[in-house]
Design a protein around this ligand. Structure first.
Ligand code: SF4
Length: 352
């Protein structure tokens, strides 16, 4: 009987986001941990490993594939109402104790998650994209677990997606290297990044660092990717006015057109006794974002309870442009040129 590790390693391929050092040691370039990995050892994510001086990365499978509304990723300014073929693999470079997808993200890092090996379906990029096209997808999204750790596989899928005219997006924690972003730049049209808090100490508890994520937000934007940022607002963790102000000010310094999603937490994984986020907290966070100058702030995970904070309004004349209920688009008045039909204001985003 094969172990979980052996089953995963049977679905892997030589990785090119890698540097070979002396004595068959490799340095992984897929995420900012930049693991130095000895022969026979694995990186922090447990998914990339060194076999006889060669780095190997996951390849040739999905652990989940669904066609979802793009609003669920969430993207609000990226082809509203479109269907996104969303695929995920296993593993993560972080270990957030509030992870909403921990069963697939913590494989090999938490024994309770190892049952996720049964989710694996071997598949080729062409088969996956054909499945998406048959189900009307206009976008392909790498999501559910951390896509950066499987960037080589994502690029292969994105190549097949581009041939069919699909757009490509990442749903990621943003713990990227410049090398990974450069490799993704020719394919990636959109990048959803989590900004989990404004405290490097807390980021380190989750397994990352604040500055790397801030740099990724700026780099992805400068590379021309359409960037949206999500902060899951967790009571007692990141919901202070100071945290929210600093986050909002930083985003506004990159671009006031970056949509900021402040979303509600519900108890999950190892934070089962945590408090749910109140509507008033999301409204306070959204007001801070707006006062910091961000033009588009959305409140998520509490559909129907946050008033107009699910909708898009023209930042110039205030007209309602996109009306939403949860992940559904009820009306979209943005012109094909991406402008407000009333005042002609250009609305930042990907509209056609
Ligand atoms: S993806 Fe990140 S965590 Fe995984 S091996 Fe590479 S550098 Fe390490």
């Amino acid at each position: 009987m094969k172990t979980v590790r052996e089953k995963l390693d049977a679905l892997s391929k030589a990785a090119w986001l890698s540097e070979t050092l002396a004595d068959e040691v490799v340095r992984c370039q897929a995420c900012a941990h930049r693991c130095h990995i000895q022969p026979g050892r694995r990186g922090i994510c447990q998914m990339r490993y060194n076999r006889e001086g060669q780095l190997y990365a996951p390849w040739g499978y999905v652990a989940a594939a669904n066609v979802d509304p793009i609003e669920k990723k969430p993207f609000m300014h990226f082809l509203p109402g479109s269907a996104a073929l969303t695929f995920g693999m296993l593993g993560c470079n972080f270990h957030c104790d509030f992870c909403q997808n921990w069963v697939s993200s913590q494989t090999l890092r938490d024994p309770a998650a190892d049952g996720s090996i049964n989710y694996i379906q071997p598949i080729s990029p062409q088969e996956l994209i054909d499945y998406g096209v048959r189900h009307g997808a206009q976008v392909v999204a790498s999501s559910y677990n951390e896509p950066l750790i499987t960037t080589e596989w994502a690029v292969e899928i994105f190549k097949a997606a581009k041939e069919k005219g699909l757009r490509c997006v990442y749903v990621s924690n943003g713990y990227a290297t410049p090398e990974a972003l450069q490799a993704l730049a020719p394919y990636l049209d959109g990048y959803k990044i989590d900004l989990k808090c404004w405290s490097d100490t807390r980021y380190r508890e989750l397994g990352g660092s604040l500055q790397v994520v801030l740099d990724t937000i700026r780099r992805a934007h400068d590379l021309g990717m359409w960037v949206e940022v999500v902060t899951l607002v967790i009571p007692g963790f990141n919901d202070s006015n100071e945290d929210l102000w600093e986050s909002a000010r930083y985003l506004a310094s990159v671009s006031v057109d970056i949509p900021w999603h402040v979303t509600a937490f519900h108890p999950m994984y190892k934070r089962l006794d945590g408090q749910r986020t109140e509507t008033t907290t999301l409204q306070r966070a959204a007001e801070i974002g707006q006062e910091a100058g961000l033009r588009y702030v959305y409140a998520g995970n509490l559909p129907g309870r946050v008033g107009s904070l699910e909708d898009t309004h023209c930042p110039a004349c205030g007209r309602l442009l996109v009306q939403r209920a949860g992940f559904s688009v009820l009306a979209n008045h943005i012109s094909a040129q991406g402008t407000c039909p009333d005042c002609g204001q250009e609305i930042a985003g990907v509209w056609s």
